[in-house]
Design a protein around this ligand. Structure first.
Ligand code: GLN
Length: 558
């Protein structure tokens, strides 16, 4: 029997509803409960994968190949339950499903309406996300409702969860509302009015929160919490102060200290063992006591370098925890890199070229790969970063001076990177190689396995099999692999199903650490386990750092 915690947001967006929900989930998981998280997005898009990362931040990819909201990345970094396609849905998907049913005549000629048809569909999707009636069923599903109370768009979601809780026993659901308590410098005061209004709005639609999470830039004093309690009709102990912290991994401890988990367990009539937040405390301790600093140059498109690399930034931070180092990331705009200024990479311990789409800034990335290769700077290329490293090697080492990807030059005479059907078509083997018709111009998405070649760097990191998640269209062109390998490029992993190039590297005799991967390892990094590829990358960076560190103290002045 699954219990539900519905998390709504008030006043403004971007208060960290995802992190708060995930932190609560982490505490409940530490108490031995099986937990999952579900994100409801109020926008109309049916496919979040097609949304601009500049507007919406990173697209997170699940094991089963769903392109989802980046909050699912937070969820996987806080709890051990893996997210699936069903853990995230949008208004567009709900309508899409209802409209298809209507077309199939499933509503038997009835008038199809927001209430009850849309709201029922939402409830059905929520229960499916919680795995009800399947072996995946959880004890507690935390349902995060995107948007802000009062938005037109999120009304059907709120109505749906209100109905859902009404249909359940009292102890089977709980509501948490996250709001903002702004500090007004001119008055020198925290203001509780916006919270008051937002809770009122929630009550108007029939939802009374069991706990309030009050976001502020500082801890909220008890007298203010008492005031909030009075006007919101939420017991004072359930008015929780969530202040700004330097690392998100402090939030589980902060919420637990104020007994949020106990408050919810009481409401949900659950009596699990006490919380154990040791792993979070250790993480925070490691983050705050690094022994070294590594400087990483992340070379990307200027516009990309923000929220669009959430998982990647976290994966580097996790590797920092594993190697007792503080990771200092500098974002270099590849469009500004030229042969005249590329030597600036010398100042870094390692170079990382992350994933990306489109032609802009490509030559700067190729230049960065070349410089890292020639100057023996540790290099990690992820997805697009592997493709540019391949192009660079083809051009400057393998005698293919016009090498390119058909993504950047559709007419390139040397398409070392291309769409599968562009290069398979040439010898007519498309039918035999493309199994589900899901290749070619469509994205390769989700987890896939590849065999790793013994004796390579990749083998030392992964062992015989690597299983990682993908999100790309273009592939290393099989027709050029022999030529690249003859010139010294090592293909260290090949996918089991389609025999596609999964990892490339340089032999350690010519370069200390140069690796390109066609997948996105960052999606599988967790703060507690880190990720072996990022840890190995940081170790290589640390080794370079140690070499370059001044060994002798400057001689004292005479
Ligand atoms: N644009 C490249 C492709 O589609 C790389 C994608 C990526 O880096 N995620 O294959």
């Amino acid at each position: 029997m699954t219990k539900y915690v519905f998390v709504t947001g008030g006043v403004v967006s971007s208060l960290g509803k995802g992190i708060s929900s995930a932190s609560l989930a982490a505490i409940l998981e530490s108490r031995g409960l099986k937990v999952t998280l579900i994100k409801l997005d109020p926008y109309i898009n049916v496919d979040p994968g097609t949304m601009s990362p500049f507007q919406h931040g990173e697209v997170f990819v699940t094991e089963d190949g769903a392109e989802t909201d980046l909050d699912l990345g937070h969820y996987e970094r806080f709890i051990t339950t893996r997210m699936r396609r069903v853990n995230n849905f949008t208004t567009g998907q709900i309508y899409d499903s209802v409209l298809r049913k209507e077309r199939r005549g499933e509503y038997l000629g009835k008038t199809v309406q927001v209430i009850p048809h849309i709201t029922n569909e939402i409830q059905h999707f929520i229960r499916r996300g919680a795995g009800e009636g399947t072996p995946q069923a959880v004890d507690v599903a935390i349902v995060e409702i995107g948007g802000t109370v009062g938005d037109i768009e999120s009304l059907p979601f709120l109505e749906a969860v209100r109905q859902m809780s009404l249909r359940m026993k009292r102890e089977d659901s709980a509501f948490i509302h996250l709001t903002l308590v702004p500090f007004i410098p001119a008055a020198g005061e925290l203001k509780t009015k916006p919270t008051q209004h937002s809770v009122q709005k929630l009550r108007e639609i029939g939802i009374s929160p069991d706990a309030l999470l009050c976001r502020a830039d500082r801890p909220i004093p008890d007298d203010e919490r008492a005031k909030i309690s009075l006007f919101s009709n939420v017991p004072e102990e359930a008015v929780i102060s969530v202040w700004d912290v330097d690392t998100i991994y402090k939030i589980p401890r902060m919420l637990h200290q104020q007994h949020l988990d106990d408050i919810l367990c009481r409401k949900l009539a659950l009596d699990p063992p006490p919380a154990n937040l040791k792993v979070w405390d250790e993480l925070v301790h490691a983050l705050e006591h690094p022994q070294h600093t590594v400087r990483i140059a992340m070379v990307g498109k200027y516009v990309d370098l923000s929220d669009s690399y959430k998982s990647l930034n976290e994966a580097l931070r996790h590797a920092g925890i594993k190697t007792a180092s503080k990771v200092d990331i500098s974002y270099l705009d590849s469009e500004t890199l030229t042969p005249d200024n590329i030597a600036q990479l010398d100042a870094y311990d390692a170079v990382l070229v992350p994933g990306g789409f489109g032609k802009r800034g490509i030559e700067g990335k190729i230049l960065a790969a070349q410089y890292a290769r020639e100057h023996r700077i540790p290099y990690l290329g992820i997805c697009l970063g592997m493709q540019v490293a391949t192009i660079e090697f083809a051009r400057h080492v393998a005698g293919l001076p016009q090498a390119n990807s058909t993504e950047f030059d559709p007419n390139t005479p040397q398409p070392v990177i291309a769409l599968i059907d562009e290069w398979l078509d040439r010898d007519g083997t498309v039918q035999t190689r493309s199994e589900g018709g899901d290749l070619g111009g469509t994205m390769r998405l989700g987890a896939q396995s590849a065999d790793v070649k013994p004796g390579t760097l990749a083998y030392g990191i992964y062992g015989p099999v690597v299983n990682e998640r993908h999100r790309h269209r273009y592939e290393a062109n099989e027709h050029y692999l022999a030529q690249l390998q003859q010139a010294g490029l090592v293909i260290s992993a090949i996918t089991q199903r389609e025999h596609l190039t999964e990892i490339i590297e340089l032999p350690q005799s010519v370069h200390p650490w140069f690796v390109g991967v066609q997948f996105h390892p960052e999606f599988k990094s967790t703060p507690w386990d880190g990720h072996p590829l990022f840890t190995a990358f940081l170790r290589a960076a640390l080794a370079r750092h140690a070499q370059h560190a001044p060994t002798a103290q400057p001689a004292p002045a005479a």
